[in-house]
Design a protein around this ligand. Structure first.
Ligand code: E4P
Length: 215
């Protein structure tokens, strides 16, 4: 499973890339607003840090304007992937971008049928939002399972990005289902490293190592 970071905080990305585990980054307007910085500046810095797909979301809602905005964002760096909202206008825009060979990540996907449409037009990525579904008492990971099955049935190349991840169990279940990618808040990424028995084991090894005669 590929790991993307779901953040617009450049310092979080700079720290996370040191482990050699980060395959891409997803941003959205809400994440960028939290930084207080210009979107373009943030994207340029992220592209310099991570050699993989970097999702940049358009904020237009009409297809023609989405395409124009997408073309400008795509000029920032070859790794920029355009995040398009899953609406009727979004699908029109995404179809156009696919024809232009501009990579697309369809976002705000909440149903298997929405994902089927995305797969049919051949976007590179689809982003089901598992945490927001859990928030309304739907099991978000069921959606991921449905999408993986449907895409398998038809041999779609679209990769599934498990988005709106809130905790490590989301990542575990995404991996068990075989989702291609999980995009993780920095906090969840760091939680994946942890186990209390590892900490206890390290402490014991170090204590015992100190008891070994030096020569
Ligand atoms: C990533 O592509 C999504 O925009 C993000 O995961 C949404 O997360 P949230 O539901 O926690 O805002």
């Amino acid at each position: 499973m590929k790991i993307f970071l779901d953040t617009a905080h450049v310092e979080e990305i700079r720290e996370a890339v040191t482990y050699g585990l980060v395959d891409g980054v997803t941003t959205n307007p809400s994440l960028v607003a939290k930084t207080g910085r210009k979107y373009v500046d943030v994207l340029k810095e992220i592209c310099a840090l991570v050699d993989g797909p970097i999702s940049a979301e358009v904020i237009s809602v009409e297809s023609g304007k989405m395409v124009e905005e997408a073309k400008k964002l795509a000029e920032i760096h070859p790794n920029i992937t355009i995040k398009i909202i899953m609406t009727e206008e979004g699908i029109k825009a995404a179809s156009e971008l696919v024809k232009l060979n501009i990579p697309v990540n369809m976002t705000l996907v909440f149903s298997p049928l929405q994902a089927l449409l995305c797969g049919k037009i051949g976007v590179d990525f689809v982003s089901p939002f598992v945490g927001r579904l859990d928030d309304i008492s739907n099991t978000g990971l069921n959606l991921v399972e449905d999408i993986m099955n449907i895409y398998g049935n038809y041999g779609f190349d679209t990769e599934v990005i498990v988005a709106s991840v809130r905790h490590p169990i989301h990542v575990l279940e995404a991996a068990q289902i075989g989702a291609h990618i999980s995009t993780l808040p920095h906090k969840v990424f760091k939680q994946m490293f942890q186990h209390p028995l590892t900490d206890i084991g390290v402490k014991k090894f170090l204590e015992d190592a100190a008891k070994i005669p030096k020569s």
